[in-house]
Ligand binder design. Structure first.
Ligand code: SF4
Ligand code: SF4
Length: 467
């Protein structure tokens, strides 16, 4: 029986050498003995006796167990069956499909929209909302805590319903001795002191969609008359950050070809406005849109992400918080050894519910006839759910089979895949280099923290990584 190299990605951090072991999504520090084994196998296959000339049997056994080295007999991972009944944890409730802004790039209203809202209710009513909450509690049996994220359209256009849902869901959780947690995403245009006070008093997490300073933000985040929304939201955001005392406030930035100043945007949102965390995501679009980011643009974004990641590391080594959530989300997944069968929780532990009560795999598919999985009053059609999950499973994505980033990426967002390739199960091959580059940066940051301030990694033990 001969040995060969297994599947891993080598990286270094803090002056130490590490391997990311792809089949198990583990991180392994390389010592000189293990390095000698890998150096021997990098020259070609070797017998056990030949390896024993380079290292002791225990080291060879450890490397084999971690699948860093393998035998030349083909090892095929057994197929992973879909879970029969995956308990729900998060419901994204689209309280309305109406919005008071007209952002051109919006996946819900823009040129690449998948929603077909014609003939459906524009605002959710309490009957549908309470049935949605009932559905969440029934389908999450066995879990102590559940989460509701309020979404739109513009969420606050249906604020009266939000309050009723919070009361109803809290009572339900209390009756069942369970925990409930709420958050919402908003464009911030309708925030008032009374709403902010309510959100703070009820410990509701808030994410504000905001694209940077006035020049960047007003490129796309405009009212129907074309006027930018920055001047309206800036004082409201300041008030929110000052007065919401119970949860940290998060900004979510959509990057476009015309707004790629990651560093300037981060500094404005963090230092000038005072957001606790800022997360960036490239616009989801077909490639021929003017605001789509091309490969050169993605390289620039990756360089700037690298600068912020280095700052993050400096903070982490001092034990301080840094607000770049793209790093902390990935570090959390690395620390928890996340090894995904699917890119995210869509149609597994998470569903989106539209104003009509239709259930979608996530908020981005809400109101789309093509992607409806069922209704809160009748439940999910298992055949449709299985079809969605089977097509999105990493094991059927042949393009991803040799990619070291697959435990975290698993092919990328189902919605983006649909917009780009017309198939929710298609891997997002247009940004593989970017994903691998970013994963490598995060691995190096992780390695450096593990080597120089390992206590900091405790932050990530319980932290839930972003969906
Ligand atoms: S989509 Fe690309 S980066 Fe993601 S797992 Fe597949 S090959 Fe890797
Ligand atoms: S990654 Fe994409 S498919 Fe998954 S929850 Fe987010 S938007 Fe939906």
């Amino acid at each position: 029986m001969n040995f060969r190299l297994g599947e891993f990605h080598a990286f270094s951090g803090g002056g130490r050498r590490f391997l990311y072991t792809v089949p198990s999504a583990g991180i392994f520090e390389l010592d000189d003995t293990s390095a000698a084994v890998l150096a021997r196998l990098s020259q070609g296959e070797a017998t056990q006796e030949e390896l024993l000339a380079a290292a002791d049997a225990e080291t060879i056994g450890e490397l084999y167990q971690a699948r860093i080295i393998a035998t030349t007999e083909a090892f095929v991972d057994p197929p992973q069956p879909l879970p029969d009944n995956f308990p729900l944890q998060t419901m994204v409730m689209n309280l309305t499909n109406q919005c008071n802004l007209s952002c051109q790039y919006c996946y819900e209203f823009g040129e690449d929209k998948v929603a077909t809202p014609e003939g459906k209710p524009k605002f959710m009513d309490f009957e549908t909302a309470s049935a949605s909450v009932d559905y969440l509690f029934t389908q999450s049996a066995g879990r102590h805590g559940v989460h509701i994220t309020f979404f739109g359209g513009e969420t606050l256009m249906n604020f009266p319903l939000l309050k009723k849902v919070v009361d109803y869901a809290k009572q339900k959780a209390a009756d069942q001795g369970r925990a409930i947690d709420f958050s919402l995403t908003t464009n911030a245009t309708l925030l008032t002191p009374a709403i902010i006070e309510y959100l703070s008093a009820n410990e509701i997490g808030v994410t504000v969609s905001m694209d940077g300073d006035k020049a960047s933000h007003d490129k796309f985040r405009v009212f129907a008359n074309g006027k930018g929304s920055y001047d309206i939201i800036e004082p409201r955001v300041r008030e929110l950050i000052k007065e919401h005392k119970t949860r940290p406030i998060v900004a979510r930035v959509t990057m476009t070809s015309q707004a790629m100043d990651v560093l300037g945007t981060y500094r404005h949102l963090k230092n000038d406005l005072g957001f606790h965390e800022i997360g960036f995501a490239p616009v989801t679009t077909s490639p021929n849109r003017l605001y789509s980011i091309d490969n050169r643009g993605l390289d620039s974004v990756l360089d700037q992400f690298g600068v912020l990641a280095s700052e993050y590391l400096d903070h982490a080594l001092r034990g301080e918080h840094h607000g770049f959530s793209n790093v902390s989300d990935t570090l959390a997944e690395l620390h928890q050894g996340v090894n995904k069968s699917h890119p995210c929780g869509a149609a597994l532990g998470l569903v989106g519910v539209g104003p009509s009560g239709d259930i979608a795999p996530c908020h981005r598919f809400v109101d789309s006839d093509t992607h409806t999985l069922g209704h809160v009053s009748t439940g999910i059609d298992k055949a449709k759910q299985n079809d969605f999950l089977s097509r999105g499973h990493i094991q059927v994505k042949t393009d991803c089979r040799t990619c070291f980033a697959r435990p975290l990426c698993a092919g990328g967002c189902h919605h983006e895949a649909y917009v780009r390739y017309g198939d929710t199960g298609h891997p997002n091959l247009h940004y593989c280099d970017w994903i691998r580059g970013w994963t490598n940066i995060c691995l190096e940051i992780y390695g450096a923290i593990a080597a120089q301030n390992p206590d900091f990694l405790r932050h990530f033990s319980d932290r839930k990584a972003a969906a």
